[in-house]
Design a binder for this molecule. Structure first.
Ligand code: ADP
Ligand code: ZN
Ligand code: ZN
Length: 697
């Protein structure tokens, strides 16, 4: 429960997690809480247990973990349950009416309304006008009318009409049946279905069963604001309230949604990462859509993985959990292979759509114009001519990644990072994508006054190039520069769906769950960016984005094609991906991970540090390393500087911890971290521990 506590000269909201008989802190230093804000616990035992586990497992303070689990409205002291005032006649009031008491005419009118209506709410009171309200105050003062509170019904959500339900394919039917048979038990499933195989339909059908049984479904999705379509599909299938939880909500709306989930009034709850902590009155099933998506892992502060915690939650609440993806993470795949998760596969597309055909365009032999090779240009022309749309994917926003001086090789470095600034032509700015620093685009080289040249391609430049290559053809660009809010993505998607825009160009934003029925050609402009990444997960990420973006091709009735431009088309990863698809790629990637002793065949944690002075971060990590016991089951690797050492003016370094098993690593961290925290060197740096890190660069 929440309490109000004096903190310095302020009053803050605190959480009581435990009550103890005595304290180690002397009585003179203890202060009393000023108020108890709740009459019942804000977190039920399951969610509190999950938060406690997460704080412990990720070695993060329990207070901050609780804070992540509670909507900000509650942290600010708003009531747990939404209450609304009501007014009714008191027993004395009832007596007064029957006992011929004399009332003023306003009071009489009010009392008569109350005796016929039973109670009045705020709207009624508003309608009384000032005179009526004065009468009300008079009657309350006499004790004839009493005010009380009821739990509010919450914000009315417009449930949609139930739309069409397609007949499940054989693969869908089997998946639905298997999941339905697991209700009431902990049972983890990996639903591996190619893009367009109809995974969402499987979710919808299993949720129908859960809701019909009076239970709730919790659906986690990577990013709601960018995928309004996904939410719309749920709305179109259920006439029950759906609570939506994401970071774009106001504090008030978020609290209202959270209450709908907690009280069970919303049978369906769809949310991003932090929704894993939402209390649910009657959980029946958990679904993690696009389980491979990195957004499920919080990358700063409380570094938890919502996917991994969801599995624990499903286990504790004894419900089935479905991890869905066309491109499962290697961890999840390995769990499916060892039998920990049950594998449900849907290798074919539902409906009319076929599998797109893939062509790799060799950039060493084909001429490029504006970053687009001749065979690609011809393919775009062909698809446009037959009425299709083309989607061009490049994971780099801005105009060009480098502004270069051919005279002296100056290349617009960022002053605070070991990185170059990206040219943004539309805004006439150089922007550092790592620290956000901005500068005007110089007219000439600041060192030698030579003319400067943008080098390389970003989405802005591709958009310009497309205008030259295909004059008069409307292009829509979708990236973080053109899309800032929900309204903008909806507007851009409308232009695509209406057929007004014929070519789409964009970043990662385009790969996420969108359904573009008329896109028949997908072009991956520069596949090589990910082939030579420094992180152990770089190739996995590349394969996932290629497969996900390719999945946007030919989802409607038109057959789809995918063009992948590469300067090293014979790269084994690319080859295996093109010839055998994601499953083949994943197999060889897993073999590589096993040979190298990387996850999922090892457990990792990273101790990171950064500081304005180069030496401090390293000195701290070396001191931390010296305090670590030697010869145990944990290998400590480093410390080393980060690949991009300086960012936002701070030097960064890390110490990698590796173990073949989870438990020893956890025990090691529990014993070691308090020593690390106490190091005098720790005071000169900012440091953090990341358990199960997504990146170790
Ligand atoms: P995924 O989530 O696996 O990418 P979706 O659920 O978005 O796939 O389905 C892809 C398309 O196929 C959607 O347009 C959907 O309406 C359609 N679809 C799904 N299941 C069926 C089915 N059983 N029969 C016909 N069309 C279907
Ligand atoms: Zn120069
Ligand atoms: Zn920078």
């Amino acid at each position: 429960m929440r309490v109000e506590v004096p903190f310095g000269r302020r009053q803050l909201v605190g959480l009581v997690l435990e009550v103890v008989e005595r304290s180690d802190v002397p009585d003179s230093r203890l202060r009393s809480a000023t108020a108890l804000l709740d009459t019942e616990p804000v977190l039920d035992p399951v969610t509190l247990g999950l938060v406690r586990f997460a704080a412990d497992y990720y070695h993060h303070p329990i207070g901050e973990a609780c804070s992540a689990a509670l909507p900000s409205g509650l942290r600010l002291g708003r009531p747990l349950n939404a209450m609304e005032p009501r007014w009714r006649l008191s027993p004395q009031g009832l007596e007064a009416i029957s006992g011929r008491t004399r009332f003023g005419h306003r009071q009489r009118a009010l009392v008569e309304r109350l005796s016929t209506r039973g109670e009045l709410d705020l709207t009624d009171i508003e309608a009384l006008g000032e005179g009526g309200r004065a009468a009300l105050r008079g009657l309350i003062a006499k004790g004839w009318i009493e005010a009380y509170e009821v739990e509010s019904a919450g914000q009315a959500l417009s449930p949609g009409a139930i739309g069409e339900r397609p007949e499940p394919t054989a693969a869908q039917a089997e998946a639905i049946e298997t999941i339905n048979a697991a209700f009431g038990h902990f049972s983890p499933f990996l639903l591996q279905g190619v893009t367009g195989s109809g995974k969402t339909e499987v979710y919808l059908r299993t949720i129908e069963t859960v809701v019909a049984a009076g239970k709730q479904a919790l659906v986690l999705v990577p990013e709601i604001a960018l995928t309004p379509q996904a939410v719309a599909r749920f709305r179109a299938r259920f006439d029950t309230p759906i609570a939506i939880l994401h970071s774009g909500l106001t504090d008030t709306d978020r609290l209202a949604m959270w209450r709908l989930a907690r009280t069970g009034r919303a049978p369906i709850v769809i949310g991003t990462r932090s929704a894993v902590f939402v209390p649910l009155a009657r959980l029946g099933i958990l679904i993690i859509d696009e389980e491979h998506d990195p957004s499920y892992k919080q990358q700063e502060g409380f570094r938890y993985s919502a996917r991994d915690l969801a599995l624990l939650r499903a286990q504790r609440e004894k419900v089935p959990i479905v991890l869905g993806s066309a491109t499962p993470s290697l961890e999840t795949l390995q769990h499916a292979q060892t039998g920990l998760y049950r594998l449900l596969t849907m290798p074919e597309r539902a409906g009319a759509a076929g599998v797109p055909r893939t062509t790799v365009v060799d950039l060493r032999i084909h001429e490029e114009r504006h970053g687009i090779a001749t065979p690609t240009v011809m393919a775009i022309e062909r698809h446009l001519a037959s009425g299709g749309q083309a989607l061009i994917y490049l994971n780099r926003r801005g105009y060009a990644p480098t502004l270069f001086c051919p005279g002296c090789s100056w290349s617009a470095p960022c002053e605070s990072c070991d990185a170059r600034m990206t040219v943004h032509m539309r805004r006439q700015l150089l922007i550092c994508h790592h620290c956000g620093a901005q500068a005007a685009v110089p007219f000439a080289c600041p060192r030698c006054s030579n003319e400067l040249r943008p080098v390389g391609q970003g989405t802005e430049r591709i958009e310009d190039g497309l205008d030259e290559l295909f004059p008069g053809i409307p292009v829509v660009r979708i990236d973080r520069d053109t899309i800032q809010g929900r309204g903008e993505i909806e507007e851009a998607l409308d232009r695509v769906h209406s057929g007004e825009a014929r070519i789409l160009v964009g970043t990662q934003m385009l790969t996420k769950g969108h359904d573009f029925p008329d896109v028949s050609l997908v072009v991956v402009l520069n596949a090589d960016q990910g082939l030579f990444g420094t992180d152990f997960r770089a190739s996995e990420r590349l394969a996932q984005s290629i497969v996900q973006v390719s999945g946007r091709a030919g989802r409607g009735s038109r057959p789809g094609e995918v063009y992948i431009q590469s300067a090293c088309p014979e790269h084994p990863l690319l080859q295996r991906l093109v010839t055998e698809g994601y499953v083949g790629f994943a197999q060889s990637a897993l073999e590589e991970r096993l040979a190298a002793g990387w996850p999922p065949y090892a457990r990792l944690a990273v101790l990171r540090a950064d500081s304005p002075e180069r030496a401090d971060a390293m000195t701290f990590l070396q001191a931390a390393l010296r305090t670590a016991p030697v010869g145990g089951p944990i290998r400590l690797l480093g410390p080393v500087s980060s690949v991009m050492e300086r960012r936002a003016g701070r030097y960064r370094a890390q110490l990698l911890l590796e173990s073949s098993q989870r438990a020893p690593l956890h025990h090691f961290l529990s014993a070691w971290l308090p020593t690390v925290e106490a190091l005098p060197e720790a005071r000169r740096v900012r440091w953090s521990i990341d358990v199960d890190p997504l990146e170790v660069t």
